[in-house]
Design a protein around this ligand. Structure first.
Ligand code: MG
Ligand code: MG
Length: 260
């Protein structure tokens, strides 16, 4: 199903996007060496509840996962890249952490993810990989305008990742979003321009480039959820929810300048 939002729903989507941005940035700012992944999950739960919103994750039970997710945020560390199940792990200096959160407020969902290095260690190759996903995300957003096709976005994202030397996994990627977190159309992180669904004003998309340093192959952790690189290499992930407007793409989950 593809949803096209009207002005009332779009106004709600903007509020949800701002909330997701604020929560994600707050969690990032609070995370330090020694922070436990379960602390981050508890902080997320408290902020979602305080805002009168609801988590898209707690009861999420797709066919590929093991039962309901049961947590409020995905915490993926180092070789983990997607669907990282929060567990009893205290972060070390230099860990690469990806946080991914999706929330529903007033019936509209928004979804965003960020990767960063914990602490003071410098990890140039990890930073370059994180920046590649951010650059790819900006390229996808720049390509998102009325009349463009999903393949144009996929091509823009994939070109940046491949030019930076990464292999692209197209099994998991971006997606439509609206009254629920995951909707059509799927937005693979590589593809051919001019192909696929034609974008219209009112469409919400979550774009989410992610890469692994030296492979495109994933393995599922024994927890039944966390997806890791098959080689044990580090990984990175960047995601924003955008709205297609007459003028192009509006980023709904961009943090406010005073939150950075
Ligand atoms: Mg997400
Ligand atoms: Mg998503």
């Amino acid at each position: 199903m593809i949803e096209i939002l009207g002005p009332t729903e779009l106004a709600r989507a903007r509020r949800t996007g701002k909330l997701v941005a604020r929560i994600l940035q707050t969690l990032r700012n609070r995370t330090v060496v020694g922070t436990n992944l379960l602390d981050i999950d508890r902080w997320a739960a408290a902020m979602i509840e305080e805002a009168g919103a609801s988590s898209c994750y707690v009861d999420y039970a797709p066919s590929f996962g093991r039962g309901p997710f049961g947590h409020y945020i995905c915490t993926s560390v180092n070789d983990a890249v997607l669907h990282g199940l929060p567990h009893d792990y205290s972060l070390s200096d230099g860990d690469l952490l990806s946080l991914d959160i999706a929330i529903t407020l007033d019936g509209v969902a928004a979804d965003s993810a960020v990767s960063f290095i914990v602490g003071e260690s410098s990890h140039p190759s990890s930073v370059a990989m994180i920046e590649a996903t951010q650059t790819a995300l900006r390229a996808g957003i720049a390509a998102a305008k009325p009349g463009a096709r999903i393949g144009d976005l996929s091509y823009a994202i994939g070109s940046v990742l491949e030019d930076a030397g990464y292999q692209v996994n197209t099994q998991y990627g971006g997606h439509g979003i609206g009254s629920t977190m995951h909707q059509d159309p799927h937005v693979p992180n590589a593809g051919r321009p001019g192909r696929g669904y034609k974008l219209r004003p009112g469409l919400l998309l979550a774009l989410e480039p992610w890469v692994m340093a030296d492979t495109a192959e994933l393995v599922t952790d024994g927890d039944g959820w966390t997806l890791r690189s098959a080689t044990g290499c580090r990984t990175a992930h960047s995601e924003h929810t955008i709205a297609i407007t007459e003028d192009g793409a509006e980023i709904l989950t961009a943090p406010a300048p005073d939150q950075l």
